[in-house]
Ligand binder design. Structure first.
Ligand code: ZN
Length: 440
């Protein structure tokens, strides 16, 4: 084991309480997103203060200050960003090295209405698991990035390139405008890591996806007089079945790129269904309105427009067998901007970076970190990979129950991630000569 590896490992043992405390503190500051608004302000202020406290040059800015944001092709209108700043800290290097940005979202999804065993903002630790909304997605990964910087600082490792830690707003619920703002405003780094939870897997590619709404309008009533009624509810139920079959079609049309295993399937998921007057217990009529939201995934290169065109084509083909959908056709509209899937590409610098990530994974974890794969989820990585010149890797902690009750991060993986990040930073950004032989 090299001396730096040993010293990083010792640091994570010696400073474990402080490192865990930071992740815990971030979980205890609620930052729920509830479009069109969100409550990220308090946690953003905490990031700013914490990073300033460990020597970062801190930038806090409102999205309204970002030139070219609202006219950008991938900007999604309709959200309110007042009082919800983006934050980033710059840990300046001595010069002559490559820069790296850790970029994560400050917001979390809503705590939900289901019962939690440990409170959603308790930050409670039980059996090596840190519980709470955002512990896994993705305050844990962000805390690990900050701790990795702090670790190298405290070990006296001087870096050549700059390290940035960026906390953006509004990523959940198809947001990603915060990430886009960061690409326009800066920092503009040579490489990015998105600490979304990947269970310590190396993800140079991520899935995309979109949420759409299908609205059905029929004719309500009870036929006393032979009038022809049209049940929007029946049409919606038939449409839900059609979506199940469309999933099969979609996977015949698109096979997974190399990052995903050959048996990986794109999923089509019903999210919500509403019909009739839900405010009254008794209803004795065919409902005239129905609407459902659904999610469809995509691989890099696919667009939301393409997916919906395929869906309509499939719909027309099925019509003879489904009279309900013939008389009651839905209006399908996107609920969010389609989140593109993306990949880092295969430039020389991406190859070098992935080589470092693989190699340092061995050193930091003491085992093979496994092959580079594609994420099983969509995220904001496309704002880097598609709309900026900074390729982004997705790499984060292990845990479970993202977006669900009892979300937790596995603390053993947190410690491993800090070690891994510290190694990646030292290797990628480069260690300055005057580190007194410490940095070998
Ligand atoms: Zn996330």
């Amino acid at each position: 084991m090299s001396s730096l590896t040993q010293r990083i490992q010792d640091w994570t043992v010696r400073r474990e309480a402080a490192a865990v405390g930071l992740a815990q503190q971030l979980v205890r500051i609620p930052s729920e997103n509830h479009p069109p608004s969100g409550d990220e302000a308090a946690v953003q202020a905490y990031y700013a203060e914490y990073m300033a406290g460990i020597g970062a040059e801190v930038h806090v800015y409102e999205l309204s200050e970002v030139e070219g944001l609202t006219s950008h092709v991938s900007y999604m209108a309709g959200r309110n960003y007042e009082g919800r700043p983006n934050v980033y800290g710059r840990f300046a290097g001595k010069g002559g090295g490559r820069s790296l940005v850790f970029s994560g979202h400050a917001d979390t999804v809503y705590r939900g209405t289901e019962q939690w065993t440990y409170g959603p903002f308790s930050g409670e630790i039980v059996d090596g698991k840190l519980y709470g909304r955002g512990s896994y997605d993705m305050k844990g990964g962000m805390a690990a990035a900050i701790c990795a910087v702090q670790c190298l600082q405290e070990l006296g490792v001087k870096l050549k390139g700059d390290v940035f830690v960026e906390s953006v707003i509004d990523e959940e619920h198809g947001g990603a405008n915060g990430t886009l703002a960061g690409r326009l405003y800066g920092p503009h780094a040579d490489m990015a890591i998105i600490p979304e939870p990947t269970n310590l897997r190396i993800n140079p590619a991520h899935l995309g996806g979109g949420i759409w709404k299908a609205e059905f309008a029929g004719k309500s009533g009870i036929s006393f007089n032979g009038e022809v009624l049209v049940s929007a509810l029946e049409a919606m139920v038939q449409f839900a079945g059609l979506l199940r079959r469309f999933e099969v079609r979609l996977n015949e049309l698109y096979t997974p790129p190399i990052w995903w295993s050959a048996d990986r399937r794109l999923t089509v998921v019903a999210l919500t269904m509403l019909s009739g007057d839900t405010t009254r217990e008794f209803q004795e009529k065919v409902p005239a309105t129905a609407e459902m939201n659904f999610w469809i995934e995509g691989y890099p290169g696919m667009t939301g427009k393409q997916i919906i065109e395929e869906l309509w084509k499939f719909y027309e083909e099925q019509l003879d067998a489904i009279p309900e959908l013939k008389v009651c056709r839905p209006i399908i509209t996107p609920k969010i901007r389609y989140l593109l899937a993306s990949e880092m590409g295969d430039s020389e610098s991406v190859k070098q970076f992935l080589d470092i990530v693989g190699r340092t994974g061995h050193a930091a974890l003491g085992r093979d970190p496994g092959p580079a794969v594609g994420t099983p989820f969509a995220c904001d990585g496309f704002m880097f990979n598609v709309y900026s010149s900074t390729p982004a890797l997705v790499l984060g902690p292990a845990g479970e129950n993202a977006h669900a009750p009892d979300e937790y991060m596995n603390l053993a993986s947190y410690s491993e991630l800090i070690r891994w990040y510290a190694h990646i930073i030292a290797d990628w950004c480069g260690m300055a000569e005057d580190a007194g032989g410490e940095a070998q």
